[in-house]
Design a protein around this ligand. Structure first.
Ligand SMILES: NC(=O)c1ccc[n+]([C@@H]2O[C@H](COP(=O)([O-])OP(=O)(O)OC[C@H]3O[C@@H](n4cnc5c(N)ncnc54)[C@H](O)[C@@H]3O)[C@@H](O)[C@H]2O)c1
Length: 352
């Protein structure tokens, strides 16, 4: 496994990623550094980062409480105030050390503050390592809608250090695998086949790297999300709607669980539209259920789901546009989907 060249920045990958970070910081000589983290990345990861990069011993630490609920405007406002009070300037570096919530939030705050200050990601969850750290999409949830405010901007670099996963809780590891499964389903049948039993996977590094490689190839072709990059949203149209409804109801749901349900529902729609076969749908549903647990019912009415879905960024002129599988390992985008097809998928989901 080597480093990856993305759209104007490098993803440093592997056990020596923190040494690369040290070299990078010495070379770049930023005026000052802020490190954004949550209580878990602060406890488990920050000490390793500071040992590898002693100059970060002087960095200002900003800790936010973990959880999707804090990927919010309120958190941004509080932190932008700190930046202003501390006189952060255009040469101040923001280091986002944490899971996907931290990278989405920190990337957004940095890309907007003073029209953009430099930032880097050090992903610490499996989901952030395999997916969220690459591609430059940042954002926060606003008015109950996932990622409704956001930017596409480039980090200066990304440092992926898989040993950070040693302290990640088991259910969060599983949460991260969902996005790896998504990458396999949309782009790599061979990887899908290799994922038949993740309990047998010791070190997930090779799968993380392959996911990043696949995502990078897609992002490089369409960095601004105008065309083929939309395939990365497979499972996310309905997944995001479910996630936002659960959070609105004051409950918690892992991003991966919502996307897993979204992938099953959207695969059913692909089957209805004869994009994939019954056999392929059954294989996907069975594998996802066996790996990520039995399906839970979706405790919302169809109309609630459709209303939430109406806010999806991928819709066009009032009609739903989904990214749907064409087969295991390939995905179409901007496919028109109607309410009836969504209803049928929901019925099948609850019957299974
Ligand atoms: N920008 C993108 O391209 C992209 C892609 C996929 C998902 N996302 C976003 O990512 C978010 C989900 O990311 P996530 O699942 O990483 O959530 P998260 O950031 O909430 O992290 C999950 C949990 O793991 C903890 N944690 C992280 N690293 C740890 C470590 N090394 N040891 C112990 N605990 C650790 C966190 O504190 C948190 O409690 C969602 O908001 C989603 O929208 C963004």
């Amino acid at each position: 496994m080597a480093n990856l060249k993305s759209n104007g920045y490098t993803v440093y990958f592997g056990n020596s990623a923190l040494l690369s970070l040290n070299t990078f910081l010495l070379k770049m000589n930023y005026s000052r550094c802020f490190i954004l983290c949550d209580e878990n990345s602060l406890q488990h990861c920050l000490p390793h980062v500071v040992i590898a990069c002693p100059q970060l011993g002087n960095a200002d630490i900003i800790e936010v409480e973990s959880g999707e609920i804090n990927k919010s405007m309120e958190t941004c406002t509080n932190i932008w105030e700190i930046f202003l009070e501390q006189k952060a300037d255009k040469h101040t570096l923001l280091i986002n050390l944490g899971g996907g919530v931290i990278s989405d939030l920190g990337g957004f705050m940095a890309s907007v503050f003073k029209r953009g200050i430099p930032y880097i990601h050090i992903p610490t969850s499996l989901l952030a390592m395999a997916d969220a750290c690459l591609g430059g999409k940042n954002g926060i949830d606003f008015m109950g809608i996932k990622n409704s405010l956001g930017t596409i901007s480039k980090p200066e670099a990304v440092f992926v250090c898989p040993p950070f996963l040693n302290t990640l809780e088991e259910h969060q590891v599983l949460n991260g695998w969902v996005e790896v499964f998504k990458m396999a389903l949309i782009a790599d049948k061979k990887m899908w086949n290799a994922l038949s039993d993740i309990s047998q996977v010791g070190d997930p590094s090779a799968f993380i790297f392959r996911s990043l490689e696949l995502k990078n190839a897609i992002v490089l072709k369409d960095p601004l999300d105008k065309a083929q990059r939309k395939v990365l949203n497979f499972g996310h149209s309905l997944g995001h709607a479910i996630e936002a409804l659960v959070i609105d109801a004051g409950e918690e749901i892992l991003h991966g669980s919502a996307v897993c349900s979204g992938m099953i529902l959207e695969s059913h729609i692909a089957m209805q539209k004869k994009l994939i076969t019954v056999k392929e749908y059954t294989e996907i549903k069975t594998r996802l259920r066996n790996t990520f647990g039995p399906m839970k019912t979706i405790p919302f009415s169809k109309s609630q789901l459709l209303e939430k879905l109406g806010q999806d960024k991928k819709n066009k002129a009032g009609s739903f546009r989904f990214s749907l599988l064409k087969k295991i390992g390939a995905c179409a985008y901007d496919v028109e989907v109607n309410e009836k097809q969504i209803s049928k998928a929901l019925e099948a989901y609850h019957k299974a």
